[in-house]
Design a protein around this ligand. Structure first.
Ligand code: IPD
Length: 268
């Protein structure tokens, strides 16, 4: 079987993400009824997360039966085609539970270990962020013209609006809180939206200038990091490490150097 193009993979990702988003939207009102916890008492998972992941895997493997899959709720399958799908059935599960309108379905396609296509769909707003390698990042939203995304261009660190997020373990949060306390007086302000995938898309859309978070999983950042990179963001780990090992940073190029230096200083 020949290797699919990035845009063919993106089409599959978008159609699976749309179906999963419909399922998630239908499940919102009863979301509180079936909630369990995972790594800590604040790390929640709903029955809708599981149903969304099951649907995504079924749709992706129906379209491309030889592919591998990795999902937040346990999907894990080695394929034979060189393509692996990385899915987050609801990124921003706490927002979903509370009806805060920032939770999304995230679908990425990796080819031989590098992400080539990604779709992040905010279920609550209908905004769909997409990217395929080398072809830019795009936003389509109900009733609006599709537009190409570009990061912001802050002139300095002091004018940089920064998003971040926190893990679920208390000790990790304490450490992350200390870093934020040091960062806050040195940047424009801090945002905590509650969905890593949407945070990365917010960098792409220039809604924030930078995002960083320690300890994410591949399903949190695979699609969003491609969207951010295709919008021109510098996407990196700390001190030149690969993305996600263990930090994910996406930052507008105009402040990338001082921002990455500052993060390195705050994470000795
Ligand atoms: C979480 C969200 C959150 C981030 C956490 C993630 P989940 O994913 O992306 O913004 O701060 O680190 O685990 O649990 O909602 O899929």
């Amino acid at each position: 079987m020949s290797t699919p193009t990035s845009s063919q993979l993106l089409d599959v990702a978008v159609s699976a993400a749309r179906e999963a988003a419909d399922l998630v939207a239908r499940g919102r009102d009863g979301a509180g009824a079936h909630v369990a916890t995972k790594s800590s008492p604040v790390d929640v998972v709903t029955a809708v997360d599981a149903a969304s992941e099951e649907l995504l895997v079924r749709r992706l493997l129906t379209a491309r039966p030889d592919d591998g899959v990795l999902g937040e709720e346990g999907a894990s399958r080695n394929g034979t085609s060189g393509v692996r799908w990385i899915v987050d059935p609801i990124d921003g599960t706490v927002n979903f539970l509370y009806d805060v309108p920032a939770y999304g379905v995230s679908v990425a396609a990796e080819v031989d270990g590098s992400v080539r296509a990604g779709a992040v769909l905010n279920v609550a707003t209908g905004e769909l962020f997409t990217a395929s390698a080398g072809e830019g990042a795009w936003l389509s939203a109900p009733g609006r013209t599709v537009r190409r995304l570009h990061t912001g261009r802050p002139a300095s660190l002091e004018q940089t609006l920064v998003a971040t997020g926190f893990g679920y373990r208390a000790e990790q949060r304490r450490a992350q809180g200390r870093v934020v306390a040091e960062l806050l007086p040195r940047v424009r302000d801090i945002r905590r939206f509650g969905s890593a995938a949407l945070d990365l898309c917010a960098v792409a859309a220039g809604r924030v200038d930078a995002y960083y978070e320690l300890g994410l999983h591949p399903w949190d950042h695979a699609a969003g990091a491609l969207v951010a990179a295709e919008a021109g963001a510098v996407v990196s780990g700390l001190r030149g490490a690969p993305v996600g090992e263990p930090m994910v940073v996406a930052v507008a190029p105009s402040v990338a150097e001082p921002f990455l230096d500052l993060l390195a200083e705050l994470h000795p």
